[in-house]
Design a protein around this ligand. Structure first.
Ligand code: OGA
Ligand code: MN
Length: 299
């Protein structure tokens, strides 16, 4: 029997979940962890000792694991486990062991540039630099709830085109060419407001800012609307920032959260292993509600 304690962390989102050893979580305790994820949008579980197979086994309880094929930039070492994406600045024998380097990682939602973006991502920390590399999260239910009604009217029912050319550290993905016109950028369109299939609540779904385009507007109009949406959605009071320790597992819900990483000093090692779950095709449903309860904690 695992006792599970859930403690809200940030004002807008995030909770610490204490549940003992994740490798030995019974089904009831797992259900409580999963509930905490839907209620708090991102959860932190500390003090774990997970091998890659342990991480994969835990990930399979969250959903169907996805291999995030476009995480590849072609410059990093081949994966040992196809399910695990290494996020790291470490070089071995002249080759990067993972992706995202030591760069700032711009605000984004994982794999929004695919027809079926990810639901959950879970990032497990093995080595952490003494400072920098903190990861911030922003509540997109709350961003929608507090959006200026006039701005909201301009995006209601619209779709946003999500560019797949660059990763969130600004690196060109394997096999892609630079983008000259946002309207021609390769990638799917998704509703700008989407209904979360499990909570039934609507959230703003922005993906990432570079090369985004709101379909049906001129590029100038789209740029102006995107600037307004992004400056609203990334306000500090919608966010919570995590300072990593080795052994932390962070799990977030890409359907209602964006995340950002601060850059760090590349003279230090940062090594994280990530697994991710396949999600559904984003949709705005007529029955979608405004007002996820976690956002009310912040009000
Ligand atoms: C990711 C990501 C941020 C970080 O793994 O999807 O954005 O803190 N990582 O490394
Ligand atoms: Mn990410």
């Amino acid at each position: 029997m695992n006792a599970v304690t859930v403690t809200a962390l940030g004002a807008a989102l995030g909770a610490q979940v204490d549940c003992g050893d994740l490798r030995r979580l019974d089904d009831k305790a797992f259900g409580q962890v999963y509930r905490a994820l839907l209620d708090h949008l991102v959860i932190r579980i500390r003090g774990q000792q997970l091998s890659d197979p342990d991480l994969i086994a835990f990930g399979k309880r969250l959903g169907t694991l996805d291999f995030a094929p476009l995480a590849k930039t072609g410059k990093e070492r081949a994966r040992t486990h196809p399910e695990i994406v290494i996020v790291s600045n470490v070089m071995e024998n002249g080759e990067a062991i993972g992706v995202l380097r030591d760069a700032e990682v711009v605000w984004h939602s994982d794999n929004s540039y695919r027809d079926r973006p990810l639901s959950y991502s879970a990032l497990y920390s093995l080595e952490i630099p003494p400072k920098g590399g903190n990861t911030g999260f922003a509540n997109m239910y709350l961003a929608l709830e507090t959006l200026d009604p006039a701005l909201r009217a301009k995006i209601e029912g619209r779709t946003l085109k999500h560019d797949m050319t660059y990763n969130s550290a600004g690196d060109l993905r394997e096999g892609f060419q630079p983008v000259n016109d946002v309207r021609d950028a390769p990638g799917p369109s998704h509703p700008i407001i989407r209904t979360h299939a499990e909570t039934g609540c609507n959230a703003l779904y922005l993906g990432r800012r570079p090369n985004a385009y709101i379909n049906g507007y001129s590029v100038e109009e789209s740029e102006a609307l995107l600037e307004a949406l992004w400056s609203h959605a990334t306000q500090e009071h919608f966010t919570w920032h995590h300072v990593w320790q080795p052994g932390d597992l962070l799990i977030w819900d890409n359907r209602c959260v964006m995340h950002h990483r601060d850059p760090f000093d590349g003279g230090y090692r940062r090594v994280m292993h990530r697994i991710q779950c396949a999600g559904d095709v984003p949709a705005l449903k007529p029955e979608g509600k405004i007002g996820h309860p976690r956002a009310k904690v912040a009000a």
